[in-house]
Structures are given as structure tokens and as C-alpha cells.
Design a protein around this ligand. Structure first.
Ligand SMILES: *Cc1c(COP(=O)(O)O)cnc(C)c1O
Length: 226
């Protein structure tokens, strides 16, 4: 087995153990392989190993890779999404994790309608309050969620967040727990299921899996340093 598939399997095994510590089975916390900056051949190798979920953060790179790789890959867009790239991303990505403004959400809905698509969207929350981070503060999530729930051409399924890179594990855990509690509360207020919590990266995916994540986004631990 190659290094790459070995690293993937190792992350998947660690993820399954962490999910079990949270009383959940391995398939309740999915692993998104974040392939940004890495070549299509590496994605193909993991594809042949059975992996279907890949995450990209730039629209042109996503377009190039999607054109070169099998059509049954489920592409997730995880980066900052510029207005003029929405159409490309809507055409190619089944899930958009990084919806961080009402204007962007409205635009995704309109263009998805024009393209005959209905992407899954996750609203990005800035839970830690760090100014450098994208996302909507927790206090503004309800209004944002109501907007998402009202739009016909997006399939609003939950939330995404990033924890501070250098925080203590207990603080990272608290951030993930807070988003989970907020999601639980909004499910009641909006009377709809919001099953996806995209939380956890290479440095904190096990903490995330122990604190409610249903989808972790792991790049460098699988592919190597960028
Ligand atoms: C790059 C990126 C990741 C993966 O980061 P690693 O630390 O390499 O696992 C996850 N989420 C987002 C939003 C990213 O931009």
C-alpha cells in the first residue's frame, strides 16, 4: 500500500475510534479528504482506494480537477467563495461549506435555480469571535438560518466552523459543543432537521468527532504538508 492510502486509512481509523468515544459509529462522522493544492493523480489514487469525498477551496482548481477525474466524486467546496465564482462552484460542488454572508447565500440560490441545481449548503459560523475568521457570529445564526430555510434552490443542512489553530483542546471542544447546542436549538425553532456539522481539521478532528461533528475536513494529515 502507498503512503497516501496508508495515511488515509490511519486517519479513518483514528476518526472511527474518536466517534466511538462519543457513542457513535464510524459512518456517523464522515471524512472529507481536503485535496486543495495537491495534484489530480493523488486524488485518483485515493479514488481507486474507494474514497469519494474530496474538498477544494478554489473554484478554478476544482474545475480543473473535476474535468480530469471520475464523475461520481462528491466535491465539497470549503473555501472563501467570491461572487464571480459562484456559478462554477454551483455547477460542480454538491456541498458548499463556507456560506458566510446573506448576499452570498442569495446569489447561490439564484444561480442554482438558473443551473437547475440544488446544492447542500452549510452556514459558516464564527464561534470563537476571532476577527480574522470568516463566518457569522452565533448570535446572528438564527436570522441567517431562517433565510437559508426559506430559499428554494439550496438544501440547507447545517453548519461549518473552524476552531482557532493554537487554542487549548478544552477550548476547541467548547467551541464545537457550542455550535452543536446552537444547532440543536435552531432545529427546534425552525422545526427542521439540520443534520450536518462540519467541524474538525488535521489538528483537531478527533476533538471534533468527540463533540458532535458529522463531517471532518482533513487535508495535511492525509496528503502531506502544503
Ligand atoms: C485547508 C482547509 C482544511 C484542511 O486543513 P488541514 O489542516 O490541512 O487538515 C479544512 N477546512 C478548511 C476550511 C480549509 O480551508
Amino acid at each position: 500500500m502507498s503512503e497516501l492510502t496508508h495515511h488515509y486509512d490511519e486517519v479513518a481509523a483514528r476518526l472511527a475510534r474518536a466517534a466511538a468515544e462519543d457513542g457513535r459509529s464510524a459512518d456517523e462522522v464522515r471524512l472529507l479528504a481536503v485535496s486543495k493544492t495537491f495534484p489530480a493523480e493523488m486524488i485518483r489514487e485515493l479514488y481507486e482506494h474507494g474514497v469519494r469525498l474530496f474538498g477544494e477551496s478554489r473554484a478554478p482548481e476544482l474545475a480543473e480537477k473535476a474535468a480530469a477525474l471520475p464523475a461520481d466524486i462528491e466535491w465539497h467546496f470549503i473555501g472563501r467563495l467570491q461572487a464571480n465564482k459562484v456559478r462554477k462552484v454551483v455547477q460542480l460542488a454538491g456541498v458548499i461549506h463556507s456560506v458566510d454572508t446573506p448576499e452570498l447565500l442569495t446569489r447561490i440560490d439564484r444561480i442554482a435555480g438558473e443551473e437547475g441545481r440544488r446544492p447542500v449548503v452549510l452556514l459558516e459560523a464564527n464561534v470563537s469571535g476571532e476577527e480574522s475568521k470568516a463566518g457569522v457570529p452565533v448570535g446572528e445564526l438564527e436570522a441567517f438560518a431562517r433565510q437559508a430555510a426559506s430559499l428554494p434552490n439550496v438544501d440547507f443542512q447545517g453548519f461549518m466552523t473552524m476552531a482557532p489553530f493554537d487554542a487549548e483542546p478544552f477550548r476547541i471542544a467548547a467551541i464545537f459543543e457550542l455550535l452543536k447546542l446552537t444547532r440543536d436549538e435552531l432545529e427546534g425553532k425552525l422545526n427542521r432537521q439540520l443534520p450536518i456539522l462540519s467541524m474538525g481539521m488535521s489538528g483537531d478532528f478527533e476533538i471534533a468527532a468527540r463533540h458532535g461533528s458529522t463531517l471532518v475536513r482533513v487535508g495535511s494529515l492525509i496528503f502531506g504538508a502544503r
